[in-house]
Design a protein around this ligand. Structure first.
Ligand code: PEP
Ligand code: MN
Length: 339
């Protein structure tokens, strides 16, 4: 249920509706909008009767939300969500560029990459300190040392840090260093982790599970919003299909479909989406053309020496070329790169 307040509603009237929702054992979610405040209601096990709400002072309407996902839906919040990551927007008209290595490997590697991607136009530095590797014998990341190196790179460049958190145990520590918490594809439906993220007030980049439907993905985001953390962006990173020539199949359809269904920012990861360095730029261009609000791209100063995902990592020069192309496509759509 969504309670839409009149544009003229007073704060006292809004507070009274919030109180009434609480008194029924339900959870109110006030959503400020450009024209009026709306209040989402969650926690009801069956359909709610709108009538007792429509008679309250200041209420314009009480609407049943038709989608199973509520707080993430455009029905509930028509305006795009813009996440303020320490002064850098994620979502909204500007396209956010995130770039960096798959894994943080060393001080030299992360600092060199950070300076290079910043010069090319990125505002966010990506890099994993905890890596979800398919094989237990592969490089697992530098753990807290990797987080410290990311913080050092942030200090030197001003880039915002996007890094993966893999479990509830390391969440407090990763939070101390990250500006955006990346939830990896394999953890999209880790419900205990999602519930914990909901208690934080920190931006989350929720990657799509390799076999998750758009609905399952939106329901995973709903877990986080339903507990009060509204700062969630979605990241399309390719799904598993019958195709074997590419690492994954980037679901370009998901971009416009999500933009219609949800107000949350949509980021495209062309690196994992195709898994082939030669074609990363093409997929990045397609993502922006389809309406993505951001890109997250793997960049390594020496991809041939990378400890993970070197085959899909761009050199800084290649990334610069990608940014130049994306800038042109963005401007054709009236979307500048975030500066
Ligand atoms: C990554 O970003 O390096 C990563 C492991 O991504 P995903 O969770 O999408 O596989
Ligand atoms: Mn990777």
């Amino acid at each position: 249920m969504l309670i839409v307040m009149k544009p003229s509603a007073t704060q006292a009237e809004i507070d009274a509706v919030v109180e009434r929702i609480r008194s029924l054992g339900l959870t109110p979610h006030p959503i400020p909008g450009a024209q009026r405040v709306a209040i989402g209601i969650t926690g009801n096990k069956s359909g709610l009767d709108p009538d007792p709400f429509t008679i309250l002072p200041g209420v314009a309407d009480a609407i049943r939300v038709s989608q199973p996902f509520k707080l993430v839906s455009r029905e509930v919040k028509p305006e795009d969500t813009v996440i303020d990551v320490g002064g850098v927007p994620l979502g909204g008209p500007a396209i956010a560029l995130m770039a960096g290595p798959c894994s943080v490997e060393s001080r030299e590697q992360i600092l060199e990459t950070a300076h290079a991607v910043k010069a090319a136009g990125a505002r966010f530095l990506r890099g994993g300190a905890y890596k979800p590797r398919t094989s237990p014998y592969e490089f697992q990341g530098l753990a807290e040392e990797g987080l410290r190196l990311l913080a050092l790179a942030r200090e030197q460049t001003g880039l915002k840090v996007v890094t993966e958190v893999m479990d509830v145990e390391t969440l407090p520590m990763v939070c101390d260093y990250a500006d955006v918490l990346q939830i990896g594809a394999r953890n999209m439906q880790n419900f205990s982790l999602l519930k914990q993220l909901g208690t934080l007030r920190k931006p989350v980049l929720l990657k799509r599970g390799p076999s998750a439907t758009i609905k399952e993905w939106l329901m995973a985001a709903e877990y986080v919003l339903s507990r009060g953390n509204y700062q969630v962006a979605l990241c399309e990173r390719g799904i598993r299909t019958f195709e074997t020539m590419t690492r994954n199949t980037l679901d370009i359809n998901a971009v416009p479909v999500l933009k219609a269904l949800t107000h949350l920012p949509v980021v495209v990861d062309p690196s994992h989406g195709i898994g082939l360095r030669a074609h990363v730029a093409a997929v990045a261009r397609a993502g922006v053309a389809a309406g993505a609000d951001g890109l997250i791209v793997e960049v390594h100063p020496h991809p041939e020496k990378a400890l993970s995902d070197g085959h899909q990592s761009l050199t800084p020069a290649e990334f610069e070329g990608l940014v130049a192309q994306v800038r042109v496509i963005g401007s054709a759509l009236g979307r500048p790169l975030s500066s």
